[in-house]
Design a binder for this molecule. Sequence first.
Ligand SMILES: [Zn+2]
Ligand SMILES: [Zn+2]
Length: 413
Amino acid sequence: MGTVHGQQWSLDADYKAIEPKIIEWRRDIHQNPELSNREFKTAEKIAAHLKSLGIEVQTGVAHTGVVGILKGKKSGKVVALRADIDALPVYERNDLAFRSEVTSEFLGETVGVMHACGHDTHTAILMGVAEVLSKNTDKIRGTVKFIFQPAEEGPPPGEEGGALLMVKEGVLKAPDVDAIFGLHINSETPAGVIRYKSGGAMAAAQSFTIKVKGKQSHGSQPWSGVDPILISAKIIDGLQTIISREAKLTNEAAVITVGKIKSGVRFNIIPEDAEMLGTIRTLDYEMKDHINRRMMEMIPDIAKAYGGEAVVEIKDATDITYNDPDLVSAMLPTLNRVAGTANVQTQKAITGAEDFSYFQKEVPGFFIFLGGMTPGNKEPFPHHTPDFRIDESGLILGVKALTELSLDYLEKG
Ligand SMILES: [Zn+2]
Ligand SMILES: [Zn+2]
């Protein structure tokens, strides 16, 4: 039940009608998954559906993205809703009737393809929201933009894609978006529950490369060389002190991980150089800047202290999924109404990343987690694994949440 122009309304009949449809769409998409930037058939299905509802459709946005624009009967602000549509290179191990048996080519290898992150559910949910809203344009005070986004899991090497490319191509312009909502299904949160965090909800992911240069020598005579392996060890140690001694960990968590280190060929040679690769995860812009700056200062200095040289390069992969605190407080009553107060729960930050962050960098946004676990299941099925599974009874709450978040947001003006 919501209120428009002081009139109470309920979309319960629409939700009831849409639930079997979203489950059917979800199963179809699940059985026909497509990898990032290759979501051709998925995009066709989405575009056909939106067109059948009389929604204005743009295709080919950021390669395979689909955007729908639905104008309400009254003019007002513009709200965007986003669903990601890509699958992962994973062989499905479930015994579901609609399990994926699709294989594809990925980086020169044949791989299984599976909706192992649940983006099939996001796609079906947003298709459902589009249908419900298209039948209720009298309740829309403004415009709703439906963003079906490719390549959330990251475009293949050498390609652009995902939210960043959509933003570059102007998806938040013409008409200009005032706020954006999105959700992620979660296989470890009970169906019927919505979880959220105000502020930094998911981390910024950055990658870094450190190149250390020493001086090659015989392994028996270290005094005649400069050991890049020892310098690397000191650098790793130094990096961890940025986290443990400098990062304000009571504000938010932060992580630096060195995930790859390569140096040397033989037991009795001190090599010329070493290379390390790693990732940085932050949930707060100030901490992110501090950690980046200190890495740039500390790494060359440590190398220099031991007679070598080091250069570091830091690259952004994904920014902070930052839920605008004002938008969160304004929209909480809506979530409480659709899910029931006891089912709307706060949660801790996640050090995983989500490219929804690129939309939130441009306009205020709110990204929620939707329960997709059978309540009481003690061994949920983790995302990105061959056994990943979702309880479909949780999906309709996603339709309700996105539908009513948009209606209420526009109604508030
Ligand atoms: Zn994922
Ligand atoms: Zn995902």
